[in-house]
Design a protein around this ligand. Structure first.
Ligand code: ZN
Length: 406
C-alpha cells in the first residue's frame, strides 16, 4: 500500500504548506504487521481557521474506529505545535468513556469532534483552550493505534530472534504514523478580533426568548462610575450590555475597549441622548454618529440600539434596522435614575425579572452608587434562582462578526 500525504487547505488564508516530498511515505512492509483492529493509516491532515476555532482534519485510508483510538490502549492522533520560545504542545484526539475527546498535556480541551465519514475525524477548538499562542507554528502529526506498542514488541521479538535487524526497524513503522514523515508543516494561529454583531428577527424587542437566560443592560455611560461597574461585574463573574452615548465614548476609549475584552456587549444609545421618537433624518444621523463613535474607539460596530427616554416609533425602528440595529427596550425597570434607594432597586428587579428578561439600569447620567450597590444583591439572588446572565446579543441569539488578524 502506498500512502500519499496531501495537505488540504480549509481556509484561503491558511493551510499547511503542502510539501509533497516530505509528506510521501512508503507503507508496504509495515502493514503486514498491522495490529488487530487495523492500522491508523493517515493519508492526509489539514489545519485551518475560519472562525474562533481551529479546525484540524485527519483522513485515513481506512475507518478510524473507536477501538483504534482507545485511550486505555494508548490510541491517539496528535498534532504537535512547536511555537517560538516555548516547549511544543500536542493536541490529541482519543476515545475515552464512549466519546471522542480532545486532550492536551493530560487535560481535556473544550471543543468538538465529528466524524463526517468513517475514515475522517474533524476537531474544532479555540486555540486558547489548548494554550496555543497567536502566531506561527511548526506542526506535525503523530498517530498511534491502540495496542500498537504491544503488538510491535511481540513482532520485534520474533524478528530479533531471527537476527534480522533491518526488519525490526520496518516493523516499528506502523505503530506511529507521522505527517510529514520528516520535518514539519508551517501553520499560523490567528488572532480573532470581534468587529461587530449581526441582528436578525424582530425590528424591536423588549425581552428575549423565555428560558433561564437574562441580560443586564446599562444606559447613559460611559461615565466616571463605569470603571466601578466593570470591577463589580468582574467580581460577580457576569457579562452586561452597555448602551452608550456616542459623544462620551472617545474620551473613554480605553475603558470602552476594556469592556469588549471583558466580554461585555457594546451598544448604541444615540450620539447625544436626543429624543428620537419622531424619527426623520436627524434620527438617522444620531444613530450613525453613535455607532461611528463606538467603531472609532474599538473597531466594533454595534447591532443593538436603545432609544433615549424609551421614546420610539415605527420610523425610528426602521431607520435603526436599516443601519443593522435592532431597537431594544426592556422588561424590568427599577427606575434607578430616580435614585429610589438601593433596597428599592433590588426589590423591583427581583420582583419583575423572569426568563428572557432585559433589565434596565444606568451607569451614567447622574449619581449611580445605588445602582452599583444593588448589583451585589441582584446578581447572586437571581443566580440562586437558576438564571444565567448573558449579553443581549447572546440572549437574542445574534452571532458575532469576527476578523482574523496576524
Ligand atoms: Zn438614556
Amino acid at each position: 500500500m502506498r500512502t500519499q500525504v496531501a495537505a488540504v487547505c480549509l481556509s484561503l488564508s491558511l493551510c499547511f504548506a503542502a510539501s509533497a516530498s516530505a509528506a510521501t511515505t512508503q507503507g508496504g512492509a509495515p502493514h503486514s504487521v498491522t495490529p488487530e483492529g487495523g492500522a491508523l493509516d493517515l493519508i492526509s491532515s489539514s489545519f485551518g481557521q475560519r472562525s474562533r476555532d481551529l479546525e484540524i482534519v485527519y483522513r485515513s485510508s481506512e475507518a478510524i474506529t473507536p477501538q483504534l483510538l482507545a485511550a486505555v490502549n494508548g490510541g491517539q492522533i496528535c498534532t504537535v505545535f512547536d511555537q517560538a520560545a516555548r516547549s511544543a504542545r500536542s493536541v490529541c484526539v482519543t476515545r475515552s468513556n464512549g466519546r471522542w475527546q480532545i486532550v492536551s498535556r493530560g487535560d481535556r480541551v473544550e471543543g468538538s469532534v465529528s466524524q463526517p465519514r468513517a475514515s475522517e475525524l474533524r476537531l474544532r477548538f479555540e486555540p486558547a483552550a489548548a494554550k496555543l499562542r497567536v502566531g506561527l507554528a511548526d506542526v506535525y502529526v503523530n498517530a498511534t493505534a491502540a495496542g500498537c506498542a504491544e503488538q510491535q514488541a511481540k513482532s520485534a521479538k520474533i524478528t530479533w530472534s531471527g537476527a534480522k535487524l533491518g526488519s525490526a526497524a520496518v516493523l516499528a513503522a506502523p505503530c506511529e504514523h507521522r505527517l510529514p514523515r520528516v520535518g514539519s508543516y508551517q501553520a499560523r494561529v490567528w488572532d480573532v478580533i470581534t468587529t461587530g454583531c449581526r441582528r436578525h428577527g424582530a425590528g424591536q424587542v423588549s425581552r428575549g426568548p423565555s428560558g433561564k437566560r437574562i441580560a443586564l443592560t446599562y444606559d447613559d455611560g460611559p461615565s466616571a462610575y463605569t470603571p466601578a461597574f466593570l470591577r463589580e461585574l468582574r467580581r460577580l463573574g457576569v457579562p452586561a450590555t452597555f448602551f452608550m452615548i456616542g459623544q462620551h465614548v472617545s474620551a473613554n476609549a480605553s475603558l470602552v475597549r476594556s469592556m469588549l475584552r471583558d466580554g461585555h456587549m457594546l451598544a448604541n444609545h444615540s450620539w447625544s441622548h436626543a429624543n428620537m421618537g419622531g424619527g426623520g433624518p436627524s434620527a438617522s444621523a444620531q444613530l450613525r454618529d453613535g455607532s461611528a463613535a463606538i467603531r472609532r474607539a474599538t473597531g466594533f460596530t454595534p447591532c443593538l440600539f436603545r432609544p433615549p427616554y424609551g421614546s420610539t416609533g415605527a420610523d425610528l425602528v426602521s431607520r435603526a434596522n436599516a443601519q443593522g440595529m435592532t431597537s431594544v427596550l426592556w422588561s424590568v425597570d427599577p427606575l434607578d435614575w430616580r435614585t429610589p434607594g438601593t433596597g428599592s432597586i433590588v426589590s423591583t428587579v427581583l420582583a419583575q425579572t423572569s426568563g428572557g428578561g432585559i433589565i434596565l439600569s444606568h451607569d451614567g447620567g447622574g449619581p449611580r452608587s445605588q445602582t452599583l450597590a444593588a448589583m451585589g444583591q441582584i446578581v447572586p439572588t437571581l443566580k440562586r434562582r437558576g438564571y444565567k446572565f448573558v449579553t443581549l446579543t447572546d440572549l437574542l441569539n445574534y452571532p458575532a462578526r469576527i476578523k482574523l488578524v496576524k
